[in-house]
Design a protein around this ligand. Structure first.
Ligand SMILES: [Zn+2]
Length: 108
């Protein structure tokens, strides 16, 4: 069961990478960068170094130790290793507005 779930996560992550859903936003001039995975309903902010992801799966299952990571984290790791991600440059003026949207604090 555990193994099956791991395989599914890897398949899902690879699909995200191959569909170009992994983006690295780089803010100028500061050079701050943020990983984003484009999901079906919204975008997810992913911090592989923490690790952290804003999806429900991460919240309810990873933080409960039911699984080691969500597939967005896997996708970012795969993309960063293979270079298969899109770099989007934004002005620093947009940084906080975008972070707020990605963190979805307005949700509740
Ligand atoms: Zn996630």
């Amino acid at each position: 069961m555990q193994r099956q779930r791991k395989v599914d996560a890897e398949v899902a992550a690879r699909q995200l990478v191959s569909e170009g859903k992994v983006k690295l936003y780089v803010f100028r001039p500061s050079g701050r960068s943020v990983w984003i995975v484009v999901g079906r309903h919204r975008d997810y902010l992913v911090m592989p170094s923490v690790p952290y992801c804003t999806c429900d799966d991460f919240f309810f299952r990873v933080l409960n130790n039911e699984k080691p990571h969500c597939y967005h984290l896997l996708a970012v790791r795969m993309a960063s290793e293979s270079g298969a991600y899109e770099v989007i440059e934004e002005s620093d003026d947009w940084y906080w507005q975008l972070i707020w949207e990605w963190l979805d604090w307005s949700r509740k």
